[in-house]
Design a protein around this ligand. Structure first.
Ligand code: SAM
Ligand code: DTB
Ligand code: SF4
Length: 333
């Protein structure tokens, strides 16, 4: 008899000259889908086993976000408050000064964040933006925080400029399965995203890449996203799993919310398919109860956004998160 624990193992990755023999086996979409279809307790058990094989299971990495340039973005991402094509009533903000960024980064460090992530509503940075962002990265890094930026699509040489400034992570999400991406965004392609991730890796930066659940996608699309992320060689060090925050005025505002157990299954599948990655319980935490968040940690999430604000929407208050950690016996890193 086939036991649930043996139904979903990755296929051996074919060895080509581009793939060293030591690279992890590839996860097919079907193999990830089989994880989603396990009884919940079997899936959670496997996810916990995987977490415990590679991490302190009670340690949670904490990143604080800051929007360094807000709104007026040329792109048409269907979920986003910051596209100039959607009427969301968002107050726009030009690129912040390094001084303002440093003030926010110092506060994040005092609250206990280990990483500071700076996000800009650009299709991609212009050359003049790069010098300003490099200065921010240097200043934040000097505080002793890990640094991450998310600036959109990078041109040749820009990832190297960021690396030279001391950047640790570049965030660039694949967001959904390749075949669903065109239903969500039309102004750039999935291949553009993959090319940027490739350039980031080549420059020697660490990769943060994940996606969004709740955009009207199917379970197979969710499995396709996880399989695609896991097939990056190596997989991203950080994998944010966002639950769609519905923004009035965006095309996806009316999407049917996904059931919490489906969200938890997505986290568990990411944990199992990317055993050594930090899986981040990301946007959407404000809409979750403490018990739902605890289930996400049990499913293998070991990272979160920490601080009262995401980019343009709210996040649970730090005091509440600290109280939840105390109740669950978790500690921040
Ligand atoms: N402009 C850059 C880009 O698109 O890569 C960086 C900023 S963009 C806001 C970063 C990520 O935030 C998106 O890829 C998406 O995963 C996430 N995001 C944006 N709006 C969201 C929402 N309403 N709900 C959940 N996640 C969201
Ligand atoms: C990620 O995956 N989620 C963050 C960060 N990377 C840049 C952004 C979430 C944004 C949620 C909606 C908002 O605040 O605008
Ligand atoms: Fe612009 Fe990024 Fe929002 Fe897309 S997700 S509209 S690229 S800020």
């Amino acid at each position: 008899m086939t036991t649930p624990a043996t139904v979903a193992r990755p296929a051996a990755r074919p060895h080509t000259s581009a793939q060293p023999a030591h690279s992890a086996p590839a996860w097919t979409v079907d193999a990830v889908l089989a994880l989603f279809e396990l009884p919940l307790a079997d899936l959670l058990f496997r996810a916990q086993e995987t977490l415990r094989a590679h991490f302190d299971p009670n340690a949670v990495q904490r990143s604080t976000l800051l929007s360094i340039k807000t709104g007026n973005c040329s792109e048409d991402c269907g979920y986003c408050s910051q596209s100039k094509r959607h009427q969301t009533g968002l107050e726009t903000q030009r690129l912040l000064s390094t001084e303002d960024v440093l003030t926010a980064a110092k506060a994040a460090k005092e609250q206990g964040a280990g990483r500071f992530c700076m996000g800009a509503a650009w299709r991609g940075p212009k050359e003049k933006d790069m010098a300003a962002v490099a200065e921010m990265v240097r200043a934040v890094k000097a505080l002793g925080l890990e640094t991450c930026v998310t600036l959109g699509i990078l041109k040749d040489g820009q990832a190297e400029q960021l690396k030279d400034a001391g950047l640790d992570y570049y965030n660039h999400n694949l967001d959904t399965a390749p075949e669903y991406y065109g239903d969500v965004v039309t102004t750039h392609t999935y291949q553009d995203r993959l090319d940027t991730l490739h350039g980031v890796r080549e420059a020697g930066l660490k990769v943060c890449s994940g996606g969004i659940v709740g955009m009207g996608e199917t379970r197979r699309h969710r499995a396709g996203l996880i399989a695609k992320l896991a097939s990056l060689d190596p997989p991203p060090e950080s994998v944010p799993i966002n639950n769609l925050v519905p923004i009035p005025g965006t095309p996806l505002a009316g999407s049917e919310p996904v059931d919490i157990f489906e969200f938890v299954r997505t986290i568990a599948a990411a944990r199992i398919a990317m055993p050594r990655s930090y899986v981040r319980l990301s946007a959407g935490r404000e809409q979750m109860s403490e018990a739902e968040q605890a289930l996400c940690f049990f499913a293998g999430a070991n990272s979160m956004f920490y601080g009262d604000q995401l980019l343009t929407t709210g996040n649970p208050r730090v005091e509440g998160d600290n109280a939840l950690f105390a109740k669950l016996g978790l500690h921040g890193v």
